[in-house]
Design a binder for this molecule. Structure first.
Ligand SMILES: *[C@@H]1O[C@H](CO)[C@@H](O)[C@H](O)[C@H]1NC(C)=O
Ligand SMILES: *[C@@H]1O[C@H](CO)[C@@H](O)[C@H](O)[C@H]1NC(C)=O
Ligand SMILES: *[C@@H]1O[C@H](CO)[C@@H](O)[C@H](O)[C@H]1NC(C)=O
Ligand SMILES: *[C@@H]1O[C@H](CO)[C@@H](O)[C@H](O)[C@H]1NC(C)=O
Ligand SMILES: *[C@@H]1O[C@H](CO)[C@@H](O)[C@H](O)[C@H]1NC(C)=O
Ligand SMILES: *[C@@H]1O[C@H](CO)[C@@H](O)[C@H](O)[C@H]1NC(C)=O
Length: 305
């Protein structure tokens, strides 16, 4: 999370929309305090020179990262406070209790989708800046391991295997931004966090305990799309190019639409994180970045295993 310091020097997002920690983190100008934070983190904030150039589109990727990182800090800060203050459900010894478990489930989803944002950032940067983006990519690429380590520890806390898929699932920045908005932002409370990326309406996974079978989702069709025709569902998982499948509308009342689609887990071995969205058209999409453009509802997260 030390990297948030670097992110904030590049973007102005969040500083007014976020209550800093007691030491001022993540905006620290006092060198002594910064040294203390580095010692706590077990590493230096970095001494490589800043990126020589950053174009408007890449700035957006970094702003999305800052937005999600600030939200993540707020989440962990609250979680630690709940544990420290023995809030009922957060007394983590001797046995874990549901509230703590569901907080860790959410932490796993957050780490997963943050890891997935990194290939998206790198792809944007390489497309935008070519070899001019080399220093930025060098920096960004190093971060995913931190989230990966965290996530392995979270899985272990829940008594599961710390590594469940061979390649992490890529997440377009619009997915990360939409998820944070949908799960963590009180509507209207973050006017400064309006970024030039898409913010989708939620897609809710209804099926509990997903298996290789038909699964159900629901969305509120505010835009009144004709869900029954020329729309489909896309799954993103690991290194598999986006999988587009048809869905059936099983009910549609008062704009509450329930749909059913096939989840081809067994055919593709889709363990770990799968990101699901409802898109315009029938595909085919080459990369997640293309799916993001066509998405209307999402992302729903399936964490398998
Ligand atoms: C920085 O923080 C240290 C430790 O809290 C404090 O002693 C020092 O006065 C601060 N320096 C400034 C310039 O505020
Ligand atoms: C902390 O506890 C409060 C009160 O039970 C709860 O509303 C909140 O969601 C908890 N926060 C986290 C991060 O688990
Ligand atoms: C959708 O409905 C058609 C026609 O009833 C059926 O053949 C198909 O299996 C259904 N697909 C899903 C994913 O429910
Ligand atoms: C289906 O949707 C795609 C993507 O929005 C669009 O390009 C195409 O024209 C649509 N086809 C029909 C038959 O409406
Ligand atoms: C999408 O790609 C798959 C696999 O490459 C192919 O089988 C399918 O026909 C394609 N669908 C469309 C609508 O182009
Ligand atoms: C996404 O859509 C925008 C505008 O609709 C377009 O400029 C951009 O090229 C599209 N990107 C991709 C990857 O299709």
């Amino acid at each position: 999370m030390l990297s948030v310091l670097a992110i904030l020097t590049l973007t102005s997002i969040g500083q007014s929309a976020f209550t800093p920690l007691k030491d001022g983190y993540p905006v620290i100008s006092n060198k002594t305090t910064l040294a203390d934070v580095e010692q706590l983190a077990g590493g230096h904030a970095g001494t490589y020179p800043p990126a020589p150039t950053l174009d408007v589109d890449d700035r957006t990727s970094w702003a999305v990262l800052a937005f999600s990182s600030l939200s993540t800090i707020a989440f962990y800060n609250e979680l630690i406070a709940n544990i420290t203050n023995h809030v009922p459900g957060y007394d983590v010894s001797p046995t874990m209790i549901t509230d703590f478990e569901s907080a860790i489930d959410y932490a796993i989803q957050l780490s997963y989708i943050s890891i997935g944002h990194i290939p998206d950032m790198v792809q944007h940067t390489a497309n935008n800046l070519g070899t001019g983006g080399a220093n930025i990519i060098f920096n960004v690429a190093g971060w995913s391991s931190v989230y990966g380590q965290q996530n392995g520890w979270f899985w272990s806390l829940l008594g599961k295997s710390p590594s469940v898929q061979p390649v992490s699932t890529p997440a377009p920045r619009d997915f990360l931004y939409s998820l944070i908005y949908q799960t963590s932002v009180v509507p209207g409370s973050c006017p400064d966090a309006s970024l030039p990326v898409q913010r989708y309406e939620p897609l809710i996974l209804i099926t509990e305990n997903v298996k290789d079978a038909l699964i159900k989702f629901e969305f509120i069709n505010k835009a009144k799309i004709d869900a029954g025709s020329n729309h489909s569902m896309v799954y993103l998982n690991g290194n598999i190019a986006p999988l587009t499948v048809p869905f059936n509308v099983s009910s549609n009342h008062d704009d509450k639409v329930k749909i059913t689609a096939d989840f081809p887990h067994d055919k593709w071995n889709m363990d770990g994180l799968t990101l699901v969205s409802v898109v315009k058209g029938t595909g085919n999409f080459s990369f997640p970045i293309d799916v993001a453009n066509a998405t209307l509802f999402g992302p729903a997260l399936i964490v398998y295993n």
